[in-house]
Design a protein around this ligand. Structure first.
Ligand SMILES: Cc1cc2nc3c(=O)[nH]c(=O)nc-3n(C[C@H](O)[C@H](O)[C@H](O)COP(=O)(O)OP(=O)(O)OC[C@H]3O[C@@H](n4cnc5c(N)ncnc54)[C@H](O)[C@@H]3O)c2cc1C
Length: 395
């Protein structure tokens, strides 16, 4: 329970499954986690619940996430159990962004009796809807969550800018910001604007919505060493690339990836090459290759605690490519957040209880913590909702 950011009562729901109370088990899970079906499918269990399962000390941990998914899927098939009507508080709260953090917050606020207006430029679901590949998350899983949540609050389609933000902030008793990290970081090297070079979110969104319109060619190079770059590599393989090479400037030990995803990419035939730094992208009208240098790990550590890669003089070489995907991280895509205090990386700084530097405005999810997970974002939303409740209770 402690290892799950949303603190699902694991012993309780497993014992309910044992006694054939599947709907009860699903209710326990869903009461804690607004995106129960989505997390049941793709939450990195080896990092959270299963990492501390005591059974793992004997042989292997209990498959907690799979049991949780079983219960919520059974409930979804039978039809949702009745949703309770919560006593209205008479106050209203705005939530900007309908990704995991925004939905987690809106759900918890509704349970606390608030009228919630959720604003998003697109359909609810955030990154899980737009970017996580279909081979890992089918639309039905996210839809069973968003359909369930639509019984509690409505989402308004609205691209928030500084003017709309001011109005929303003025018209509500409190505001929760959860706009995620919508802009890809770029390398800042020559040739990055050539045709055939794609930032990873753009690449994954296009591959998800219009795969038939994508022609990645025979050779694809992915730059980056995180889970998102592994998703891009596996996607490129599925789009028909004959060779997919992922290059990373550090070693395997320094990669911040879930082991299951790394193994899967290798099984798919993705070649992962370490200690390589891109220097420039080559080509005339279209990308033809990428010039790289070999690196070694220096003694100095960067702010992430990992050794800084140092380029080895004279080690440059070229990898041919028809498509290059840049997957080196994301940042906030919202110029209208200019007035908010920021921290390293450009993320919005929050004090305790998710309060931002602007009175009555709270924030959570990836926009405050950097690239995280769905369950962490849902948990930010949930606990920020409780902080908003405390704030409005004394206001
Ligand atoms: C490719 C990829 C694969 C991943 N795989 C996994 C995984 O397997 N498991 C896992 O746990 N996590 C995974 N993650 C991480 C997870 O998806 C994120 O941590 C999570 O989605 C962050 O939630 P969020 O609510 O903070 O932001 P987001 O999901 O980014 O949602 C933000 C929402 O805000 C909206 N928005 C932005 N700006 C505006 C605006 N100006 N006006 C109105 N609306 C706006 C957006 O449309 C979006 O709906 C993955 C991430 C990526 C990129």
């Amino acid at each position: 329970m402690a290892a799950c950011p949303t603190h699902i009562n694991v012993p309780k729901f497993i014992s309910m499954i044992r006694t054939d109370n599947i709907i009860g088990a699903a209710e326990v899970v869903k009461t804690s986690n607004a995106l129960a079906n989505t997390c049941g499918k793709i939450c990195p269990e080896e990092v959270f619940c299963q990492s501390v399962c005591t059974r793992g000390k004997q042989d292997s941990p209990i498959q907690i996430r799979e049991l949780h998914f079983f219960a919520t899927q059974q409930e979804a098939k039978k039809g949702f159990s009745a949703t309770k009507i919560f006593p209205a508080s008479g106050k209203n709260v705005a939530v900007i962004g309908a990704g995991p953090a925004g939905l987690g917050c809106a759900f918890e606020l509704s349970k606390l009796g608030y009228h919630v207006d959720v604003y998003d430029a697109q359909k609810p679901g955030g990154v899980p809807r737009k970017s996580i590949p279909l081979f890992r998350l089918a639309p039905r899983e996210l839809e069973s969550d968003t359909k369930f949540l639509s019984g509690f609050f409505a989402t308004k389609k609205c691209l928030v800018d500084s003017k709309t933000f001011e109005r929303i902030h003025r018209e509500h008793d409190a505001t929760f910001l959860a706009v995620g990290l919508g802009r890809d970081r770029l390398l800042g090297i020559a040739g990055e604007k050539l045709k055939g070079v794609l930032p990873v979110l753009q690449f994954l969104e296009k591959a998800k919505t219009a795969p038939s319109k994508m022609n990645v060619g025979k050779k694809v190079v992915i730059v980056g060493g995180g889970n998102v770059s592994l998703d891009a590599a596996a996607t490129a393989k599925r789009l028909g690339a004959e060779s997919v090479v992922l290059i990373y400037r550090r070693g395997e030990k320094e990669m911040r990836v879930w082991k299951g995803e790394l193994d899967e990419a290798r099984r798919q035939g993705v070649e992962i090459r370490f200690l390589i730094n891109p220097v420039s992208i080559l080509g005339k009208n279209k990308v033809a290759g990428i010039k790289c240098m070999r690196t070694r790990l220096g003694k100095q550590k960067d702010k992430t605690g990992r050794p800084v890669p140092v380029e080895i003089k004279g080690s440059d070489f070229t990898i041919d490519a028809d498509t290059i995907v840049i997957a080196i991280g994301q940042t906030i895509d919202a110029n209208w957040l200019g007035d908010f205090e920021r921290k390293v990386g450009g993320y919005v700084k929050v004090r305790e209880n998710f309060r931002t530097s602007l009175h009555g405005v709270f924030a959570g999810g990836d926009m405050i913590a950097g690239e995280g997970t769905i369950v962490q974002s849902v948990s930010h939303g949930k606990y920020a909702a409780r902080a908003i409740h405390d704030y409005l209770s004394v206001k």
